[in-house]
Ligand binder design. Structure first.
Ligand code: GDP
Ligand code: ZN
Length: 459
């Protein structure tokens, strides 16, 4: 695709701030900037080295609009891979808006959402997985999630996909040669070699695919419900968890004003605690909305934390709560271990297993670290390591990997049955295509539009 127009947009968030940045990208960038900008030095922007900040003023004809710093980043070494101008002006609504309007009277149009990043992709500066990481970096809720997104932006997934596709190419090449020179002795060797490579490939694809569960949680948060009878210590627990962990509160756009999401950072995992407000005001879920409703909140949760008072015997209500969480990932907290114990642990083990029971004292802040460890090991289960920064966080990538995985299974079946080479070749061509969805090599134009429309304007 050939891009020849020049685009501009405000790159900073709207509102009052120290500075506002207007970004221009495309072949007219420098020309437009020279027209509206006068450096205090009297020199032209083009007389400075690329990527130098030049101090001066923006003029609309004779009228001075704002005092600014301008940087020219000559393509291809720029964000979009094209010639880019960035104008740093005073923050707030008026300066940026006036300068952008002035620019748009020239041969420049307003950029669409995500168009700068889309151009970086179309110009081959980054692959699609890197472009998609840009939005993840912006939206990441914990340091760990940001690290994973940052790594993807730097190309960790891009490189992995590249190396997997290289292996596919090698098999395809081998199949091509074998189709031309078939001979029974060679044939058997070929099948064995391809099979070996296929098994390795399957293993690698599976490992990536398996990381998607943790990845989704890192990206969207682990929807958690804290449940238990009144007075067992839910509010106290929440306070001790919140006490040491920065909570991030985001308002959900387009919903009623009272709806907020609260994230607690547990070892880099964003825990999205449902109905926090209710718990904090000691209007407990069970108390306030009854057992039926609390069952509903269990249904929509990824993780259920059941709090029990270990200084008291189990009641029917406790058992009912344990029963209703049976199909969910559950942690049972036996709170108040600082008091004399009266609870029947074996009865609880029957519901959740010994490993998922943790003894704590919310009051004395004991056992809280174990809760964190438990959550971490639940999220990063199996082969997925919490230290790994190559985690699939995007459902589109996950779908593509699933398709590639099915195709590699088909290929392996075919090899085992000693099907003709061209049958197996079809499967490998599919794997090549599916992996190409991830880096954008084989992706459709309309899908690109959908992906980039999720970005903000100016990115
Ligand atoms: P909730 O109704 O489940 O939210 O329970 P609260 O957190 O409001 O606690 C109820 C009562 O139990 C309060 O008086 C707390 O101080 C007390 N409590 C909470 N955790 C502990 C604990 O670990 N040990 C003791 N001894 N008391 C606790
Ligand atoms: Zn409470």
């Amino acid at each position: 695709m050939f891009i020849d127009d020049t685009i501009a947009a405000i790159a900073t968030a709207p509102g009052e701030g120290g500075i506002g940045i207007i970004r221009i990208s495309g072949s007219n960038s420098l020309k437009v900037a020279e027209e509206i900008f006068k450096a205090v030095s009297g020199k032209k922007i083009s007389e400075y080295n690329s990527r130098t900040l030049v101090y001066g003023n923006i003029f609309d004809g004779e009228k001075r609009i704002d005092e600014v710093l301008v940087a020219y980043m000559e393509g291809p070494r720029s964000y979009t891979g094209e010639d880019v101008i960035e104008i740093n002006c005073h923050g707030g609504f008026i300066s940026v808006k006036k300068i952008l309007e002035l620019i748009l009277t020239k041969d420049v149009r307003l950029a669409e959402a995500g168009e700068f990043t889309k151009r970086a992709f179309l110009n081959g500066r980054i692959d699609l997985s890197q472009a998609e990481a840009v939005i993840d970096v912006i939206k990441s809720k914990t340091d760990k999630a940001q690290e994973v997104a940052q790594n993807q932006l730097e190309g960790s997934l891009a490189n992995k996909i590249k190396s997997l596709r290289l292996k596919v190419t090698e098999v395809l090449a081998q199949l091509e040669v074998s189709i031309d020179f078939s001979d029974e002795d060679v044939e058997d060797v070929t099948y064995k070699e391809i099979e070996e490579k296929s098994l390795e490939l399957r293993e690698e694809i599976k490992k990536l695919y398996d990381s998607a569960e943790s990845g989704k949680i890192l990206r969207d948060g682990l929807k958690t419900v804290i449940i238990g009878k009144p007075n067992v210590g839910k509010s106290s627990l929440l306070n001790s968890i919140l006490g040491e962990n920065r909570a991030i509160v985001t308002e959900i756009a387009g919903t009623t004003r009272d709806v907020i999401e609260e994230f607690v950072n547990i070892k880099g995992i964003p825990l999205k605690i449902v109905d926090t407000a209710g718990i904090r005001e000691t209007e407990d879920i069970v108390e306030k909305i009854g057992v039926q409703k609390s069952k509903e909140s269990i249904d929509s949760a990824d993780l259920v934390i059941i709090v029990l008072d270990s200084s008291k015997p189990l009641t029917d209500e406790d058992l009912e709560i344990l029963e209703s969480a049976k199909s969910k990932k559950t942690i049972v907290l036996l709170n108040k271990i600082d008091l004399d114990q009266a609870i029947d642990e074996t009865a609880i083990e029957e519901f959740v297993g010994k490993d998922n029971i943790i003894k704590i004292s919310a009051l004395k802040n004991e056992g809280i670290e174990q809760i964190h460890d438990k959550i971490e090991s639940m999220v990063f289960a199996g082969d997925v390591k919490s230290s790994s920064n190559l985690v699939i966080t995007n459902s589109r990538h996950k779908d593509a990997l699933f398709k590639a995985y099915n195709s590699i299974n088909d290929a392996i079946d075919g090899i085992e049955q000693r099907l003709p080479y061209d049958f197996i070749e079809v499967d490998f061509k599919n794997i090549w295509d599916y992996l190409g969805y991830i880096n954008g090599d084989t992706v459709q134009e309309d899908l690109l539009d959908t992906i980039f429309s999720n970005f903000c304007i100016g990115k």
